[in-house]
Design a binder for this molecule. Structure first.
Ligand code: UDP
Length: 377
């Protein structure tokens, strides 16, 4: 049987890399090929090199002023000759990007079995996050097999009348990636310049508050509020160093550099590679983020997370208590951070909570299911 695994952005690559590695352990059962759309070029390449994945096909679609219309069209058109030549039985897509949605359309046209990894996340508001909620709903409609990270995401799909037998709860593959990465980064023969440089800029006497933010819904006033909150936290807490790898999007860069660049205990750096980020998460006291992946990863490392969003498609983390939603409300961000900095009992309680996103064996469950599916078809 032939597998084609398709992804285009850094977070997708991180979450699909362990699946590629797991399928490659079964060369007698599957021919597995990887296609990247390279919706994000540079950040994607760093992940590929860390996981030692060489794509078989590369659409190389990143262009200046890329827009959703041309990207969607280019992905579908770019995949056509690949699907015609390779004729995959199974196509795997991940999550909610334009690559995910457009690939599932192409996979439907080619009559392959579309398998959606990280299926069933919903805000149930088609306009938010935009365009991700639409991407995941369309992909859900076109997929034959849904690999849901949690029972909650499975329930969302059942409510949309997807057959129960088509949904498999696996845990999130991000935990598989994280476990592999933590081991690799800690191994004696792993050397990384970026980690060495980061070591040089960390102040050993201060608690590290790691910040990331990029979401479209926070652009504008949201980022201004976030920056004002970070400034207050920094000024009120001399024993804290805020480290912020700033996303390359100008809508993020502009407010962040304007408002935060000259504060002694705020260190703004360029986005860092995945292994360096994993290393930095481990060194952190706590994390403030609007990222989906980071809030799934951090609890496995015992790091409390504040999430700067008003709505979430990840209610499991809020219910488990491993993350607290603070939106982009300046006062709320400051108060919840201060509570974690000052109240050790509260901090330790949050640190110890169980991560609802899995045990690091999601990819193994996916492969086992496909082996079974293949025999049944
Ligand atoms: N990440 C990274 N470098 C950074 C910031 C984040 O490698 O400077 C990783 C992080 O560990 C997580 C993923 O990128 O696995 C999250 O990506 P992002 O926040 O861009 O997207 P989202 O998860 O919100 O879709």
């Amino acid at each position: 049987r032939k597998n084609l695994i398709v992804f285009g952005t850094r977070p997708e690559a991180i979450k699909m890399a362990p699946l590629v590695m797991e399928f490659l352990k079964h060369p007698d059962d599957f021919v597995t090929k990887v296609c990247v759309t390279a919706q994000h070029r540079e950040m994607l390449d760093q992940v590929l090199s860390f996981f030692e994945i060489k794509p078989d096909y590369d659409l190389d679609l990143m262009k200046p002023n890329q827009n959703l219309y041309s990207l969607t069209a280019d992905i579908i058109i770019g995949l056509k000759p690949i699907l015609e030549e390779f004729e995959p039985d199974y196509i795997y897509v991940h999550g909610d990007t334009t690559t995910t949605m457009a690939t599932s359309i192409a996979g439907f046209y080619s009559k392959s079995i579309v398998c959606h990894v990280e299926a069933g996340l919903r805000t149930n508001n088609m306009k938010s996050p935009f365009p991700e909620e639409m991407n995941r709903c369309v992909t859900g409609v076109l997929s034959t097999i849904h690999f849901s990270p949690t029972k909650t995401s499975k329930k969302n799909l059942v409510l949309e009348n997807k057959p129960e037998a088509s949904i498999v709860v696996t845990g999130n593959t991000v935990i598989d990636a994280l476990k592999y990465s933590v081991n690799k980064v800690k191994s004696v023969d792993f050397a990384d310049n970026e980690i060495n440089q980061l070591e040089g800029i960390l102040n050993k006497n201060r608690r590290i508050v790691l910040v990331t933010g990029h979401r479209r819904e926070n652009h504008g006033q949201g980022f201004i509020n976030i920056c004002k909150a970070l400034k207050k936290i920094a000024l009120d807490n001399e024993d804290v160093q805020i480290i912020y790898p700033v996303h390359l999007n100008p809508n993020v860069q502009k407010p962040v550099y304007n408002l935060l660049k000259e504060i002694e205990n705020i260190t703004l750096i360029a986005p860092i590679s995945y292994p360096a980020f994993v290393w930095l998460m481990e060194k952190s006291y706590m994390i403030i983020t609007d990222s989906g992946g980071v809030q799934e990863e951090a609890p496995s490392l015992g790091k409390p997370v504040l999430v700067m969003r008003d709505t979430t498609e990840r209610p499991e983390a809020v219910e488990a208590g491993t993350v607290i939603l603070v939106g982009t409300n300046q006062t709320k961000i400051v108060e919840e951070t201060q509570k974690l900095l000052d109240n050790y009992e509260w901090y330790n309680q949050m640190k110890r909570l169980h991560n609802p996103y899995g045990d690091g064996k999601a990819c193994n469950r996916i492969v086992e299911h496909i082996l079974k599916d293949e025999n049944e078809r």
